[in-house]
Design a protein around this ligand. Sequence first.
Ligand code: RFL
Ligand code: PHB
Length: 389
Amino acid sequence: MQTKVAIIGAGPAGALLSHILDRAGVDNIVLERQSRSYVLERIRAGVLEWGTVETLREHGLADRLDVEGHVHDTINIAWRGTETLSVDTSEKIDRRMMAYGQTRIQEDLYAAADARGASIVFEASDVALHNVTTDSPYVTYRVNGTDERIDCEFIAGCDGFHGVSRQAIPESSRKEFEKVYPFGWLGILSETPPLPILLYVNHERGFGLCSMRNPMLSRYYVQAPITDSVDDWSDDRFWSELVGRLPSEHADQLVTGPSIEKSLAPLRSYVCEPMRHGNMFLAGDAAHIVPPTGAKGLNLAVSDVRYLSRAFIQHYQGDDSFLDSYSDMALRRVWGAVRFSWWLTTLLHRFPDQTAFDQRAQEQELSYLAASAAAQTALSEQYVGLPFE
Ligand code: RFL
Ligand code: PHB
């Protein structure tokens, strides 16, 4: 087969890139290792920056989001089991966020792919990249027991943190930056009405988060040792830990019920530089990972794709300037989000060697945030999302 852009991975990054390129008439084929239903069932992100919402709208992907998405204009943080800070981002910087699950975005992207008859090959195994530093790269893979080959002009590596694309950059040409946090997030979904606000919690017993998907679907997390397994966490244990970390005004409002999904996610910060090698370009989790505390991972995948799709489209109109600046431009925004996610993670979690001094220092930073309009503005502009270039 022959195409202009071979896209590896049909998660949010790969599926959105394919959508934007197809709309601009740039031929592409997407290869996805998993089945379609497996990708659709993964429970992940929930909070969209406004720039993400606008990007989806610009590309005709927001019909359901505009009906079902829940607009947030506050970031709420509780600490010491008593205090709660509420920062109104619309008042501070006149911008908001949207609660809309990644599962829904993935469904919307696949529905749009079906509607335009996009080429997505699911269950493609043994994907391998070849000749990426030449003008004639190609990708090989296996599907239904048959070996296949796609000749292309560019390869977009959108295959997530555990994908193969990043490995196409020789170690001598890539620099990796990594921080692994000594805890995880145990998350549950429950068919109960959520708290009316998105609430982050710092507590001596560890971090907590109350979030939502829709009026009858709640998403909650508690910090847990990464060595735990989900079987160590009965629903009763989960709810009593979460309630024990909340101030009573929120604990009293919490509606508990059986979990319908439970998972434990590790927390990591990681960046690979550069995000280009020859004619292979990385986007999304393939190039960088942030801990979920800042709600940035999916949003970064969308901003990378915004830049990369523009670069490919301009290339086919005879201008390579965005292709040449893609890696530097994407990394500027990535590092902004990586630093913010690291800061919020450090501020809100309990570290294994944390002393009473460290706990008080965290609480003091939260008190300062509660008292300082300047600090609240800085939090708002980073949480809501830095502007695109
Ligand atoms: P994905 O979603 O991992 O998709 C990559 C796709 O590539 C496929 N693949 C391959 N295909 C072919 N050949 C190979 N060799 C392949 N290897 C892999 C995979 O099957 C997959 O389908 O990466 P992408 O598209 O870059 O999207 C990134 C986001 O999924 C991720 O950053 C977010 O989910 C992170 N995240 C959050 N982000 C936010 O912006 N806001 C949030 O509120 C938020 N909350 C979260 C999160 C991630 C979490 N977990 C579980 C890690 C909450 C959690 C708990
Ligand atoms: C979620 O709703 O899953 C969620 C919300 C905020 C975060 C991370 C995850 O920071």
